[in-house]
Design a protein around this ligand. Structure first.
Ligand SMILES: [Zn+2]
Length: 227
């Protein structure tokens, strides 16, 4: 059964709260989060610039061209509609998109560095290509959106893009998966920065990436083991 709008709104709030609870967010708690209304080209998007005290009525309904259908959206968030829309357009299986300035991932973006796949949790969360970098363009501009599209086309097997000089954009099948992608990218970035002190993170050899995914899938298929 298709989820009702109220359930989708709550799923976004739960995803945003996960990021606040885990600290995968910048100090200001700035971010925006959207969910696709299943089977449509419309999205519910948070219309406020912070994840603090998000309420169901804080999400507006828009189409993927950015047209507001229901609710209201503040000017700061109207700027970023296309940054979300490009992911749904380019990767139709996407059910939710989240954008934050989570500190460690954003550090990579400010250093103009993609995040390599040195941390196994990236592989297990469908990011064996690591996280590519989309070149800078002013927030939400046609240039920035086209740079995101380029990064997504050039990189299969990822669930996030670093936005140069800005932050991180993560996505997944639903709000929980998108929030988890942002969380795992943040965790990977934090650990990679610590690893710099020890000589730098080493990427997983490409030939072993598929083996890691295969092992995850094999155990998942076997299901829970009980004595
Ligand atoms: Zn931002």
């Amino acid at each position: 059964m298709a989820l009702k709008h109220s359930e989708l709104r709550q799923a976004v709030i739960d995803g945003a709260n996960l990021l606040i609870r885990t600290g995968a967010i910048s100090m200001s708690h700035h971010g925006n989060f959207s969910v696709r209304v299943p089977g449509t080209d419309t999205i519910l998007l948070t219309a406020t610039s912070s994840f603090d005290n998000l309420q169901p009525e804080n999400l507006a309904l828009l189409d993927l061209d950015g047209k507001l259908i229901e609710g209201e959206i503040n000017p700061t968030n109207a700027e970023i509609v296309h940054m979300h829309a490009i992911v749904y357009k380019q990767l139709p299986e996407t059910g939710a998109v989240v954008h934050t300035h989570s500190t460690y991932a954003t550090s990579f973006a400010l250093a103009s560095r993609a995040l390599g796949c040195s941390y196994e949790a990236l592989v297990r969360n469908d990011m064996s290509a690591g996280v590519p970098l989309a070149k800078y363009g002013p927030r939400g501009s046609a240039e920035s959106v086209s740079n995101i599209a380029d990064a997504l086309s050039a990189t299969k097997n990822t669930k996030a893009v670093l936005l140069e000089n800005h932050g991180v954009l993560a996505f997944g099948a639903n709000p929980a998966a998108a929030a988890r992608a942002n969380l795992i990218v943040e965790e990977a970035a934090q650990i990679a920065i610590f690893a710099e002190v020890l000589g730098g993170a080493k990427n997983i050899p490409p030939e072993l990436l598929q083996a890691s995914v295969g092992r995850r899938d094999e155990f998942a298929r076997a299901g829970t083991q009980r004595a």
